[in-house]
Every structure is written in C-alpha cells, then in structure tokens.
Design a protein around this ligand. Structure first.
Ligand code: DP6
Length: 322
C-alpha cells in the first residue's frame, strides 16, 4: 500500500490541560487553549504492508520498544479497526528537535501519526474526527490537528471532546521564544502526572476558576490585548505548577535555570520589554511576546549562561499531509 507522510506542530498551552475526567479516553477535566508552533514539529510516515509480521516503529532513527511501542501499536490498532484494514504498519517518525529536551512532545507525535496512519489506511477523515483520534493517543495532540490558535473543548464523551481553531495563524503576530534549559528526560511523565491532581489541595479551586479564566483569555484574543493575554497565561502557568508541586508525590518540573529565566522575564517587563512566560511539564521556558520584540527577547536570553538553545516560533498551521 501507499506510504503516507504527515507533519504536525508541537503546541504551547496558554490554558493548560492538567487532570482528566476519563483516564483511558483522555477526556480532560477542563477545556484548554493553545498555539501551534512553527519551528518544533514531527514528521511521520506510515505504510501498511502484507509483508510485515508485526508493526515496525522507529522514532528518530531508533527502533522503539516497551511501553512507548505499546502506545503506538494501540493507536494503529484503533485506526485498523476503524478502517477494517488487517495489515501491520511500518512507522518512521522524526522530530526536528532532539528527544529529551522536553520539546519533542507527544502532541506533535500523535497528531502526525494519526493523520499519516488514517490516510495510509485509506480513511478520509474530517478535522474533528482526526482531533478525536489524536486525543486518544495523547490529550494535547488533539490541539495539534487544527490550525493556529486552538481551543480543546473538554466535552463529556469521546465524540464531543476535540479541538477546533479559534483563529488562523496570521490572526495575531505573536511569538513563542523558547529558552531550552533542560536536556534530561522527565522523571514523571505527564500521563502519570495527570493522575495525581486530586491529591493537591489547590486543584478544586483551579477547576472552579477555569470557565472565568477561559472567558477572559478569549476576550484578550478578541481585543488583541497583549497585556491582558500575558497576565492571564503567566498566572495560569503558575497555577498549574502550584498544583503539580502540591501533589503527592510532588512534581517539580522546574530547575534553577527555569526560575532564573522566569525572574529575568519579570525584570525585562519592568524595563519595558513586554513579555510573559509559560511552562509545560518540563523545565523549558516559553516566552510570549509581540513578534516585533522576538529578536530583543532572544538577545536578552543570550546573556543568560547555560541556555542550551533559543527557538523563535510563529503561530503555525496544524497537521498536514506532505
Ligand atoms: C502540562 O497531553 O502529555 O503539557 O494525555 O497523558 O498524553 P497525556 O498528557 P499530555 O499532557 C500535557 C500537559 C501539559 C499541558 C498542556 O499541554 O495543556
């Protein structure tokens, strides 16, 4: 059968997905909002073949084994079931960024795998269905299917929990300048982390405040009010990390370098370089600014020792076939 290749962006969450209503279907406890990233992505090609005796999976040129492989095979099984195809697949996936930096995320990976495998199996699926399938692989992957600025509506069943585009990439000229500070793999995966939320005394209030926070963020988008936007996303990142750090066991994703960059961002802001940070389940800091300030932010970051890499991202289109 035909080999099909898809490319999907990673995304940065402004309103975070942390905690699930349904573990196995990955139905989140709250809706989330993100932006797709132009410079961090995964490219995956899939071919179903009668010559294979099992699924073959390679990520970044290495054969994948163990639980990582099981997760991919399960995803292929779901697509085989949907298409009625009974063949094994050859899957090759490459991240444009080394693994272990906390950037080559499961979001871009499962979005690209979903699109490539569905097409290779002969399915022609709408964006909504692709987003639902990607979500079952990894929750945040459903947001890497649609383009630009994206909302994942939590829903209450598998069929109504998916992401849609709020605005196309060109709607707002903002950048995510990523300061890569860590290169070690995380000790606790986000999948594991999600299960700990109820042990944090702050989680209930986080969820209660969510609808209001989402309304406020959407309104900042409507008005293109960058100051409002920045204040909301920075407070939201701290809110999620407070839940993480007060879970049992506690999850500390920051390193001293993470904190150093966070404090620098606050200082630059006081000196009229308007930018705000957000952080996912890892040590890297995503600094949001208007596009016209991206180079300035990068120049400031270069003065901090120990930053491994700086990546300026524009808003990007979602997963596509190539
Ligand atoms: C902190 O999507 O990686 O990045 O659904 O278990 O695969 P699984 O979790 P995952 O969780 C992402 C958590 C986050 C916040 C976010 O991206 O919204």
């Amino acid at each position: 059968m035909k080999r099909v290749t898809a490319k999907a962006p990673a995304n940065i969450a402004f309103i975070k997905y942390w905690g699930k209503k349904n573990e196995s279907l990955r139905i989140p406890a709250n809706s989330s909002i993100s932006m797709n990233l132009s410079e961090v992505f995964t490219q995956t090609s899939v071919e179903f073949s009668a010559n294979l005796k099992s699924d073959k999976v390679k990520i970044d040129n290495l054969p994948v084994k163990g639980s990582e492989k099981v997760r991919v095979v399960r995803h292929l099984d779901m697509i085989r079931k949907l298409s009625g195809l009974n063949l094994y697949a050859d899957v090759t996936s490459n991240n444009n960024f080394p693994k272990g930096t906390g950037l080559a995320s499961s979001a871009s990976g499962f979005a690209a795998l979903t699109l490539a495998a569905a097409k290779a199996a002969g399915l022609d699926l709408q964006e909504k269905k692709l987003s639902i399938l990607a979500r079952i692989g990894s929750g945040s992957a459903c947001r890497s299917i649609p383009s630009g600025f994206v909302e994942w509506k939590e829903g209450n069943s598998s069929e109504n929990s998916y992401a849609h585009s709020l605005y196309p990439p060109e709607y707002w000229d903002i950048c995510d300048v990523i300061a890569v500070v860590g290169e070690v793999g995380k000790k606790v995966s986000s999948t594991e982390g999600h299960t700990l939320v109820d042990s944090s005394p702050f989680y209930k209030s986080r969820i209660l405040e969510m609808p209001k926070k989402i309304r406020q963020l959407k309104s900042s988008f409507e008005k293109k009010d960058f100051t409002d936007f920045g204040r909301i996303i920075e407070a939201e990142a701290i809110n999620m990390h407070s839940v993480m750090m007060t879970s049992s066991p506690a999850l500390y994703y920051w390193t001293p370098k993470t904190m150093e960059v966070m404090l620098a961002v606050v200082e630059w802001r006081d000196k009229e370089l308007e930018c705000y940070f957000t952080i996912d389940a890892g040590p890297n800091v995503h600094i949001m600014c208007l596009a016209k300030y991206a180079q300035k932010v990068k120049n400031q970051l270069k003065k901090i020792s120990g930053i491994k890499r700086i990546i300026i991202n524009n808003p990007s289109i979602g997963a596509r076939l190539i």
